[in-house]
Design a protein. Sequence first.
Length: 648
Amino acid sequence: MNSFEASKRTIWAGKILRVDLSQGLITEQPTSDYISFAIGGRGIGQWILFRELDPKIGAYDPENILVLGAGPLVGTMAPSGNRLSVDTKNPLTGGVCASNAGGHFAPELKWAGYDSIVISGKSATPVYLWIHNGQVELRDASHLWGFDTWQTETAVRNELGDPHVRMVTIGPAGENRVRGACLIVDRARAAGRGGAGAVMGSKRLKAVAVRGTGTLSPVDSEAFMQAVERCNGKIRNSSIIEVYRAGGSMRFAGAGGLDGNLPQGVRNYQDCFWPLHKSRKIYEPALKEGYEVRRLGCFNCPINCSHYYTVREGPYRGSSGEGFEINSGRGFGSNLDIDYPPAIIEAHNYCSRMGLDVDIASACLGFAFEAYDRGDLSREEANGLDLTWGNHKAAIELLHALVERKGIGDMLAEGVMRASQMLGRGSEAYALHVKGADLNEAAMRPMKAWSLGIVLSTHGGGHLDGAPGAWAWKGQESLAQEIFNNPYPGAVGDYLNQASVVIWFENYKAVIDMLGICYFTSMWIDSQALSPDDYADLLSAGSGRHFTGEELMKLGRNLHQVQKAFNTLHAGFTRINDQPPQRLLEPAKSGPFVGERLDPEKWDQMLDEYYRMNLWDLETGWQTIESLRIAGLDEVADKLSAYGRLIP
């Protein structure tokens, strides 16, 4: 099949590729079918899921849909225009998976002629998808089944004879349908939080390889480059982004942050303060001195925040890899009380090779370690491992068992919610999950708006939706008051007037994911960084159609409404699913935030405020006909009504 057009295109490649693995059928449709209301990226992916997926379809059924999407700013000169959206039905929650990864795959996809790939069906044998300048074919991957993601990337590049091929791959975790399996881009960048790797494994799709030499052309190139320069100037002038440039997310908040006092998840969230004599071994300056080889970045990145670490001695000598972020440091560090950096680096690299989400993997390990500590899990049941807090050798072995579904690993591969149901013995009380999705987060007891955004995330817990970064607004009280009607958004201990902050960031992040931009260049990091108006300027000049920041935020809000409706239809979520885990209602035991907890009564007041502002039903948490008609989402309202899940 060859439909590549060498003629000049706009910032959209113009086509959506559809691949039916069951029939081996490859077709195309115009991206213009979705642009006016979905823009691109996550927008197109989620609208396709909502329209085409029957609620009866399970995550592992062949009829489930997996969408890989690149927004209109991806592959252009827009700063950090490199993000890949990954959308499917979530095997952990039964609701939305809306994942995201950086790297170079998404730009390459655009240059090869496609804005999105919609994958359905299930191949009879393992295959990989090869896309090269509009030529698309399915190739046998039987010889790759069992390979890790790094081996797969090397083998496919050698087979295709092109070292510049970019890939999305799964590893053994995805093949074995570990519910926390993820997709890996460029060997290190994970599309986590949602089990997309397990979905891809269920379809017997080992990889998607892409190579493109096409070009994208803004309609008004002069205005576009002026907007690019303005955006780059804001990024250069941001003191907070400079912190990221200096040391990535680990410099900003890793292992308690530079002062050691930022709250972390400790011993499966039994506490939120890790003593300095431990945290100082894991924070970024120590890792930089002892293990960093170089820094790397995604396509057209003005920050280059990715660390490449190598262990040079000890039992994990030779472990090398990229992409170590705060979640790896916390999840395999404070969460397990492990203060030995080489083991944490090895755990991170192992997850990258296996295609396993570090958040879900570390949460599963934390659950198992606590069960062992409490006597709810015997050593014999734990594959003979001594799961004493801090035992890094046992942690690494347990990771292997999880990926291989060996012994207790088979139970943990189902995620902590299902694992606790299988184990019983009262373990549900310390199974840290939201809507069935495992948690690896920080600051959830002290920072109430941060916690609200995490718990309300449609993909089942996670800070990359509505959770506000309070640090971003220090010194900008008047701007915060103007935007949120709250001069201190996300302030520690504050429950009041936080719903408006969470809603704004939900809308804002949806815009960013539709466009394909990295969150680290945005107002989530620094209130003076890229705003909705900046994105509107880029999109207007690039598309030739005038957009305002306000219009984009409305489209972002509509996208969030679509995801909410998908969860209601497919997972049946109600208000009860918007509650935090029981563990977080217990007070912190030590450190600067001792005594902090999430108060159930005040949480419900915050939740009421959130529902009221959305015009949703207070009792069920479901959408109302009023909320959807006002937004012009009649299609969404009609579908919810047909299933009896719309409040009149």
